[in-house]
Design a protein around this ligand. Structure first.
Ligand code: 6PG
Length: 244
């Protein structure tokens, strides 16, 4: 399902009756993007989303018919916790997918984890200096409206000259310390796909579609943004004034 290139500044909402259909569409879109990027440029630079939603999408990529040697993997954000923690985004992606495919190890670029978000952010910014525009960036949506580790009320790094990578010390979603690509760096992507499923996201989706200034509003790829969302999350809220 190749996303037709449209003028930037456009959101495309793709509704799916259930999580499995959304995951199938996500896999197809990722592989379409990979095939196009590898055909046009000989490589595919992909930014992974963290959290639980993408896990099954990553698992479904294990058997994909693609040239893994051309894939280069980056992460949109990471949780600052010990490397043994299962909740690390890089560990989740590894166990679900990356440990099971022959992407050259030097082409998988986890965000350094460890106790200091500022040191990890500095190190990852150095890593990203070698990378131009991403071919595809995958993002999730938190129930409070965050994406990656860009949280409402925090600095999102929207300005074009914003740092590529930000340290977060007050994440409302554990752990408090995280590292995240800035909105400006995430926007240097040809395509951006949000994967949004789970009843808890309903209010955040309503706020986003109502035009509230929550972090996803700061995200815009060169070819717009594609949001893969479960249909149930688009139904009007019964109590719009409800708490997030
Ligand atoms: C994280 C993620 C975060 C995630 C959203 C959605 O480290 O938690 O990067 O941005 O994508 O919180 O998470 P779920 O998919 O688990 O709902």
């Amino acid at each position: 399902m190749l996303m037709n290139p449209l003028p930037p500044g456009l959101y495309r909402w793709h509704e799916f009756t259930d999580r499995s259909a959304l995951q199938d569409a996500a896999v197809a879109a990722i592989l379409d993007s990979a095939a196009l990027s590898i055909r046009e440029r000989g490589r595919f630079d992909l930014v992974l989303a963290g959290g639980d939603t993408p896990g099954e999408v990553y698992q479904r990529l294990r058997g994909a018919p693609t040239d893994w040697s051309a894939w280069h993997i980056y992460f949109g954000d990471e949780r600052c916790m010990p490397p043994t923690e299962a909740e690390l985004n890089s560990r989740m992606a590894g166990e679900a997918w990356l440990d099971h495919v022959p992407i050259p190890p030097g082409q998988v670029h986890p965000i350094p984890n460890g106790p200091r978000a500022d040191k990890a952010a500095e190190a990852y910014a150095q890593t990203l200096r070698a990378v131009g525009i991403f071919d595809l960036t995958l993002l999730g949506l938190g129930q409070d409206g965050h994406t990656a580790s860009l949280f409402p009320g925090n600095e999102w790094g929207v300005a074009p000259d914003a740092p590529d990578v930000l340290a977060v010390f007050n994440s409302p979603k554990r752990p408090p310390q995280r590292v995240t690509l800035s909105a400006a760096r995430l926007n240097r992507s040809r395509r951006v796909i949000f994967l949004v499923s789970g009843a808890s996201k309903r209010k955040a989706v309503a706020r986003w579609r109502a035009g509230e200034n929550i972090p996803p509003r700061a995200i815009m790829g060169e070819m717009g943004v594609d949001v893969l969302v479960e249909s149930a999350l688009l139904e009007p809220l019964k109590h719009p004034e409800g708490n997030p």
